[in-house]
Write a protein that binds this ligand. Sequence first.
Ligand SMILES: C[S@@+](CC[C@H](N)C(=O)[O-])C[C@H]1O[C@@H](n2cnc3c(N)ncnc32)[C@H](O)[C@@H]1O
Ligand code: SF4
Length: 417
Amino acid sequence: MKLITTLTGMWLTRTVRPFTFKSEYDSVLSFEDCENLGLYVHIPFCKTICAFCPYCKEIFTQDKCDSYIDHLIKEIHMAGSQLTQKKQVTSLYFGGGTPALASNRLSEIIAAIEEHFIILEGIGVELHPENADEQTLRTLRNAGVTKICIGIQSFGKKFLSVLGRDDFDLKKMSEALKKVRFETVSMDFIFALPNQTIDDLTSDIETAFSSGANHIAIYPFIDFTFTDSAVQPMAKKEKRKLLDDITLYCQAKGYTRDSIWTFSNDINAKYSSMTRDNFLGFGCSATTLLKDQFKINTFSIEEYQKRIQENQPPTSLTLRFTQRQRMLYFLFWTAYSTKVDPERFETFFGVPLKKMYGFECWLAKKLGFMTEESGMLHMTLKGAFYYHYYESYYTLSYIDRMWGIMRKEAFPDIVKL
Ligand SMILES: C[S@@+](CC[C@H](N)C(=O)[O-])C[C@H]1O[C@@H](n2cnc3c(N)ncnc32)[C@H](O)[C@@H]1O
Ligand code: SF4
């Protein structure tokens, strides 16, 4: 499969040149004229560490978290002061780690952001179920948060135990969610755990919607090579059947699919930090995607803080795009929403999608991966499975490799993928 992803990458970028990430950075970033810019802030602390989790995080202590946030606020001002006037952005998402652990300081971070940016579509924050109590939810609400996402993983005790996570008080969480309202309440689940059936998952989905969620994300379990997870991954055939069954179940119930892994029972509920044309990321391990480059901040909290103290951006690696590489990023991330809008592609690149990828669009339709309706390309059930399949391999062959390196080295010289 590694060969297939590599060959597909070469074909779509029309070059044998790999994606080359170098240890270099621009002190001034070109985001002033970016349309559809999203913001992301990474808070790398958790109360306990889950063995299966690949994200950049450490055990929470109040001192470490406070010091990190002081540096984060400085990073935001360093980038924001490059603007000549306040810039409109689509949204702001806090991810982690567990950003809700810093709920008492989110209003300060948001105030720093709002000195430079105008947030149009709301603010999202990730929570661990143990943070979903009335007091934390009120603190988030008062800070201006409009969307929350709770990492449930499963309501089944046996699956929580497989993942090494503790059970939590569902009744208390659901009562708190009734008292403190958000536009979007999303809940994360992991599927394709050993012996998990479609009945286990439909029960999770219904419990989520009856406990205060109006949006759910169901991610396939990914066995990252650098984690200590002992979870046995499910066989491909079984996994495909589960993904198809989840999709068919949600469609039959009338839930809206707004990305490969997410469904909602309220058309206005949205939670996605990924489907943006451009985004600016703050904090360690945060990524930034602009028209000309993709950059990744260092994964080391210590080195991150040192760079900020030296008034330098905490970038570890930068990929400078060729036009076709940027097109591939654009198509990959917009296809994640299960739709590709050729007009948006043309506005972004100044050239029609059909001129650049006419044959590929024709082939995708011929193979039954996509249909075209009123000029819009829609992914079929088959297309969604292959996207999922490709994305899983992309995650394992690219993200796994990159993050594996970044966890060990704060500033690697070069990474070729
Ligand atoms: C940053 S965590 C969410 C917030 C909080 N830290 C928590 O765990 O409850 C992001 C989400 O990534 C997903 N995730 C983490 N590791 C994963 C893995 N190995 N495979 C699939 N999904 C994973 C989980 O669903 C998790 O809720
Ligand atoms: S899954 Fe969430 S709580 Fe667990 S280590 Fe990862 S970020 Fe932390």
